[in-house]
Design a protein around this ligand. Structure first.
Ligand SMILES: [Zn+2]
Ligand SMILES: [Zn+2]
Length: 371
C-alpha cells in the first residue's frame, strides 16, 4: 500500500514552517476529530493519517529524515518508545485547550474526606435563644488499628508497580495512546499488600459519631453551621471534610416568624373591642399586658417593640405584631340574646354614627345599583 505524502495530508507545501504545519494540522484535525465524527470510519482513518503526518512533520529530526528518505525514514512500524510518548504530548499540546485532555499530572493518593450535611430541626424558641444539641452522625472515621493507612500494623503501602505511583497509565488503543486510571491501584498510586483487618485496607471505618453542636441565638430555617473537620475522614490520612448542620425551624402553635419579626393573632371579645380593655398577649418571654383602646376594629395590628427576634447576623431584635380578631359570641342563652336585642333597638337609629363603615358601605351599594 503506497502511502500518501505527509505534506499533502496536511495540505501544506514543503517549505512550510512549524507554525504553518501546526495550524494546518489543527484545522484539519478539528474537522476529523472522532469526537465530532462519531462512528465515521473515514474520518477516523483521516484523523489517524493527520496525526501520523503531524507527528513526523512537527519533529525537526523526523521531518529531516522524512524529507531525505520519505516514508522509509520514519516507518511507523519501527516506532520506538519515544514516538509513543511523544504522540500523547503532541496531542495534549494541540488539543489541550479545545478538548480538555492530554495532561493528567501526578495525582496525590491523599484524598480529602467528603462533606456531610445534617438537618437539625429546632423549635422556634430554640432557634431564637440558641441551644446546644447532641447529634449522632453516621460517618467515616480513620481506622484506629492501622492509623488510617489501610495497611496492617507494622507494614505500609507500597508504590504501585504498574503506574509507578502516578495513578495513571497510558494504554495503546490502535493508533491512540490514551491515559487511564491505573487498574492495579485504581488511581491511588499505592498498593497495600497486607491490608488491615479492621478496615480491609480502606483506612476508614463507618462509625456513628456523637457531636455536641452549639446553635447560636437567632438562627432561622436555611441557616447552616459549619463544623470544620467533622465530615468524613479523608482517604489514606487525607484531611477530613466538614459537617454542615442545616437548620430547619418547626412551625409554632402561636407565633409565625418573618425574619426579625414575629406575628400572632389574639382573639378579643366584641365588648372589649368596643369598650377598650387590657388584653393578655403571649411573647416568647412570657405574657404581657396589651392595652386595647375603645373602638378597636378587628384585624388591627399592635406592635410590641423588641419582642421579636434578634437575628444571628446581628442587628437589634425585631417586633412582635399582635393582630386582634374580634370574636362573635356563641352559645348565648335567651337572657343574653335579649340584652343584645335591646342593644340593637337602642342603636337602631344611629347606624351612621355607631357603624360608620357599614353605613357608608351600604350607601355605596345603593348608589351602585341606582346608577
Ligand atoms: Zn497504579
Ligand atoms: Zn485499618
Amino acid at each position: 500500500m503506497s502511502k500518501q505524502d505527509y505534506y499533502e495530508i496536511l495540505g501544506v507545501d514543503r517549505n512550510s514552517n512549524d507554525r504553518d504545519i501546526k495550524k494546518a494540522f489543527r484545522r484539519q484535525a478539528m474537522k476529523y476529530h472522532p469526537d465530532r465524527n462519531p462512528d465515521d470510519e473515514t474520518a477516523e482513518e483521516k484523523f489517524k493519517e493527520l496525526n501520523e503526518a503531524y507527528e513526523v512533520l512537527s519533529d525537526a529530526q523526523k521531518k529531516a529524515a522524512y524529507d531525505q528518505y520519505g516514508h522509509a525514514g520514519v516507518d511507523p512500524n519501527m516506532r520506538g518508545g519515544g514516538f509513543d510518548g511523544g504522540f500523547s504530548d503532541v496531542f495534549g499540546d494541540v488539543f489541550g485547550d479545545i478538548f480538555g485532555g492530554g495532561g493528567g499530572g501526578r495525582r496525590s493518593s491523599v484524598q480529602r474526606g467528603a462533606d456531610l450535611r445534617y438537618t437539625m430541626e429546632l423549635s422556634l424558641e430554640e432557634a431564637v435563644r440558641g441551644v446546644e444539641k447532641t447529634i449522632k452522625v453516621p460517618t467515616l472515621v480513620p481506622c484506629e488499628p492501622c492509623d488510617g493507612t489501610g495497611a496492617k500494623k507494622g507494614t505500609s503501602a507500597k508504590t504501585c508497580g504498574t503506574c509507578g505511583g502516578v495513578g495513571q497509565v497510558r494504554m495503546q488503543q490502535g493508533f491512540f495512546s490514551v491515559q487511564q486510571t491505573c487498574p492495579t491501584c485504581r488511581g491511588e498510586g499505592k498498593v497495600i499488600s497486607d491490608p488491615c483487618n479492621s478496615c480491609h485496607g480502606q483506612g476508614r471505618v463507618e462509625k456513628t459519631k456523637t457531636l455536641s453542636v452549639k446553635i447560636p441565638a437567632g438562627v432561622d430555617t436555611g441557616d447552616r453551621i459549619r463544623l470544620s473537620g467533622e465530615g468524613e475522614a479523608g482517604g489514606h490520612g487525607g484531611p477530613a471534610g466538614d459537617l454542615y448542620v442545616q437548620v430547619s425551624v418547626r412551625e409554632h402553635a402561636i407565633f409565625e416568624r418573618d425574619g426579625r419579626h414575629l406575628y400572632c393573632e389574639v382573639p378579643i371579645s366584641f365588648i372589649d373591642a368596643a369598650l377598650g380593655g387590657e388584653l393578655e398577649v403571649p411573647t416568647l418571654d412570657g405574657r404581657v399586658k396589651l392595652k386595647v383602646p375603645s373602638e378597636t376594629q378587628t384585624g388591627k395590628l399592635f406592635r410590641l417593640r423588641g419582642k421579636g427576634v434578634a437575628p444571628v447576623r446581628g442587628g437589634g431584635a425585631g417586633d412582635l405584631m399582635v393582630k386582634v380578631v374580634v370574636e362573635t359570641p356563641v352559645s348565648l342563652n335567651s337572657r343574653q340574646k335579649e340584652l343584645l336585642r335591646e342593644f340593637q333597638e337602642a342603636t337602631k337609629d344611629g347606624q351612621k354614627k355607631h357603624s360608620p363603615k357599614r353605613h357608608s358601605f351600604f350607601d355605596s351599594v345603593k348608589k351602585f345599583f341606582e346608577d
